[in-house]
Design a protein around this ligand. Structure first.
Ligand code: GTP
Ligand code: ZN
Length: 340
């Protein structure tokens, strides 16, 4: 079931679906009427790599954008040199309204919660079944970030050669989150990538996961070799060398053979999500069976208080108690704890 995002059957996945239409807005200065639309592939210290038609070009924010930042997945209007030739630089004059947002938490280096990926349809939460041990609380926080930001979650459970997925799947069954389980042998034989691609086809999927879960191994199996994130050589997408900034990076999935492609957005260094501004009402939208039951809740109900109407709703048989339990667990995961 598709509760969020846009029509997955868009013809051209390289140009993000544009719900507002391609017409510039009325307050836009006429001189930018001839701007071209592109998609942001990565951002590195103010240098914004964009895809315009089939060209990869470098751009900077125009001054008129002010403090507004362009992030990976943004649809942007560009002017200037769009040839993509070496040492050319275009200017981003507009950022399209975002269809979804994935926010990371503030950290020591940066006190602000920021959008790290825009317009992703899906959030792939990569978790190893062992080595390292799965962290359900972390998964819950990812799910909340996805529901809140308008992304559909997808569980990617790796290393099933080391441990069974049964227990974890049991925990998440009431949520009905789609999942895929992969193992080392399947990875080597290419079957794992095929099965994961089935779930990514024609869509933009942000990948998150803790260090060591096998995210890089999987992402590299999914995208063509010449498009993989570089680890020391010149980057195939940005043309730049290795550096310490690890920005999110959009990598195209191969098309053809019945596949429409799509994008993997790798998000290295994103350790946790900004759940500070999460509204329970937005999370509950992902629970259409429970949402009508909140009608009799007291105003501003946290849905975890004695007056919450959801208990009665479930007792009356309108929804499965396991669903309410899962919803409450997700809402509780918003509270930060040591190790989150
Ligand atoms: N047994 C087993 N090992 C795997 C599997 N997938 C990946 N690995 C191994 O797990 C280790 C971590 O994989 P990476 O792909 O580097 O993990 P990552 O999540 O990208 O971690 P960072 O690179 O630290 O961000 C590597 O030694 C992989 O070979 C799997 O399905 N089974
Ligand atoms: Zn309530």
């Amino acid at each position: 079931m598709r509760r969020y995002g846009k029509n997955p059957d868009e013809d051209d996945i390289r140009v993000r679906p544009n719900t507002k239409g391609n017409r510039p807005r009325t307050h836009t200065r006429p001189k930018h009427e001839d701007a071209s639309w592109g998609m942001v592939l990565t951002v590195d210290r103010g240098r914004i790599t964009c895809l315009v038609e089939d060209r990869t070009i470098m751009a900077m924010k125009a001054r008129e954008l002010g403090r507004k930042a362009a992030v990976v997945g943004d649809r942007v209007a560009l002017v200037g040199d769009l040839s993509g030739k070496k040492d050319t630089l275009a200017r981003i004059v507009r950022i399209e309204e975002r269809g979804s947002v994935l926010r990371r938490t503030a950290d020591d280096d940066d006190p602000y919660e920021r959008v790290v990926v825009a317009n992703a349809d899906q959030l792939a939460i990569v978790t190893a079944l062992a080595d390292p041990e799965p962290r359900p609380r972390m998964i819950d926080r990812c799910l909340v970030a996805a529901y809140d930001g308008g992304l559909e979650p997808l569980l990617v459970l790796t290393k099933s050669d080391l441990a069974s997925a049964d227990k974890l799947l049991e925990t998440y069954r009431p949520l009905g989150v789609p999942y895929v389980v992969t193992s080392r042998d399947e990875l080597y034989e290419g079957r794992a990538a095929d099965r994961v691609r089935d779930l990514l086809d024609g869509r933009v999927t942000a990948f998150v996961g803790h260090s060591g879960v096998g995210k890089t191994t999987l992402v590299n199996a999914l995208v063509a070799q010449d498009r993989q994130r570089s680890t020391g050589h010149v980057n195939a997408v940005t043309g730049r060398g290795r550096h310490t900034t690890v920005s999110a990076l959009a990598l195209p999935l191969p098309e053809g053979g019945g596949r429409r492609g799509g994008w993997v957005v790798d998000t290295p260094g994103v350790r946790s999500f900004g759940l500070h501004h999460v509204e329970p009402s937005r999370v509950i939208k992902a629970f259409p069976d429970l949402e009508p039951g909140t009608e009799n809740c007291p105003r501003g109900c946290t849905h975890d208080e004695p007056e919450c109407a959801l208990d009665a709703w479930v007792e009356e048989g309108h929804a499965d108690p396991a669903r309410l339990y899962s919803l409450r667990r997700l809402l509780a995961s918003r509270e930060r704890r040591e190790g989150d």
